[in-house]
Each structure stands twice: as C-alpha cells, then as structure tokens.
Design a protein around this ligand. Sequence first.
Ligand SMILES: NC(=O)c1ccc[n+]([C@@H]2O[C@H](COP(=O)([O-])OP(=O)(O)OC[C@H]3O[C@@H](n4cnc5c(N)ncnc54)[C@H](OP(=O)(O)O)[C@@H]3O)[C@@H](O)[C@H]2O)c1
Length: 233
Amino acid sequence: MPDQVLITGASRGIGRAAAERFRKEGWRVINVSRSPCTVPDVVNVRVDLAEPGWEPAVEEALRDGASQGRLCVVHNAALYERDDALTMDADHLRRVLEVNVVAPLVLNRLARPLLTDGSSLLYVSSTLGEKAVKGVASYVTTKHALIGMMRATCQDLAGTRVHTACVCPGFTDTEMLREHMGADPAVRASVAGMTTFGRLITPEEIAGVLYTCATTPVLNGAVIHANLGQVER
Ligand SMILES: NC(=O)c1ccc[n+]([C@@H]2O[C@H](COP(=O)([O-])OP(=O)(O)OC[C@H]3O[C@@H](n4cnc5c(N)ncnc54)[C@H](OP(=O)(O)O)[C@@H]3O)[C@@H](O)[C@H]2O)c1
C-alpha cells in the first residue's frame, strides 16, 4: 500500500511544491485548501480552515486512502496578515489562530488512528517563529506557537515510532511573499539581499526539506532553519 501525505495549503506556493515532490516519490497526496491543487492525481478537499465544520470531509479523504503505509501530515496553510500587537481586534486574532494553530491540532487528532510506524506530523513555521518584526503580530505569535506545539507533539508521541519536526523557511518566492513585497523590483532585490546567497528560496527547496523530514525519523523534535542564512542587520 502506498504512503500517504496530507498537506494543508497545497493549492500554491510551498504546499504545492511539496505536493509535487511527494507525488514524484509515489505518495498518495491529499490537499486541504479553499482552491484546488492542480498537480495531477492529488485528492482535493476544498474547505476553509477558518470556518467550523471542515473535519468530516478531511476524515473521509484520509479514510479513503487508509493503508498500512506511512501517513505524513504537513501543517502548511497559514494566514499572514498585517496587524499590530497593541491594536489587534480579538476576532481577527481568533481567525488567524483558527487556521495557523487550531487546524493543525484538529488534524493531528484526525490523523492519529492512521499513524503507523514511520509516520510523521510536520509543521511549517517561519524565521518569525523565533523572532519578530513590526506589523505582523498575529503571524509572529502563531508561528512561535507552532514551534511549541511541535515540541509538545514530540513528547506526546514518545514510544509511538511516529516523528515530528518543524521547518522554518526564510524568504521563499511564493504568492504570500510577493503580496507582502508588492510589485517594486527594488523591494524584491532588497529582500533577496537579506539572504547570504543574495536570492530568494524556491518553494521546491522547502519541499525537499519537508520530504527529508518525512522520511528521516532521527529529526524527531527538530526545528529546521531553512533560510539560506539570513543577513542580520
Ligand atoms: N513564503 C515565505 O517567504 C514564507 C516564509 C516563512 C514561512 N512561510 C510559511 O510557509 C507556509 C506556506 O506559505 P506560502 O508562502 O507557500 O503561502 P501562500 O503561497 O500564500 O499559500 C498559502 C496556502 O495556504 C492556504 N490557505 C490559506 N488560508 C486558508 C484557509 N483559510 N483554509 C484553507 N487553506 C488556506 C492557501 O490556499 P487557498 O487560498 O486555496 O485556501 C494556500 O494554498 C506558510 O505556513 C507560511 O507561513 C512562508
């Protein structure tokens, strides 16, 4: 029976690149997002993780592919909103928490009965999981939370032969980053200049790190900095 991966937010960006990579390696891939993943042979569960009631559709897709193979869950979907720690509205924070933090917890519970030996629960945090910049308080807060959740997951999985890790990407060339950089080529060049290689990371590079995590149990509990080396100013 084939291995199976469930990726949230594989309709574009890092999640889509991960879907492509796992498919190439022969895994059954389930995408969970509002719009579909266009990678061939991916099973799409089209739900909004910010709205209650999405669990049955995801459970059904997981059950349809249930096998004795490994299951990997990649908690990748995220909201990246401009906001401020001092003025943020509570309902706004609740919505971001719902997608970035609550959905991973719920998915772990749904996946639990299918976690055979060698399975994994992978989190996608950010360089902003361990530091902050101005104006993105809910994102910074939730990305820090994911690192804590991964560490708790590691402890609570002890003895199960299931592993977990948290990948913290740096500036990766996706729609999320492009939306925040805007269209000005000078801004893009300046952001690229913030990595020691002077370029943006490709989604495929992060997908490769995720695939390595899924297939490498010794990384259990690891926080992986995948950022090409950030230039500190
Ligand atoms: N790009 C970077 O520079 C960077 C850096 C550090 C960390 N990261 C992290 O990497 C991960 C992927 O980021 P990305 O750059 O690939 O982002 P992206 O291009 O914006 O993709 C985000 C994905 O999340 C899904 N999503 C968003 N809201 C959702 C919702 N309410 N329900 C279901 N799915 C939802 C989107 O799908 P739909 O719109 O179809 O629902 C989309 O597939 C995120 O966790 C992000 O924080 C990215």
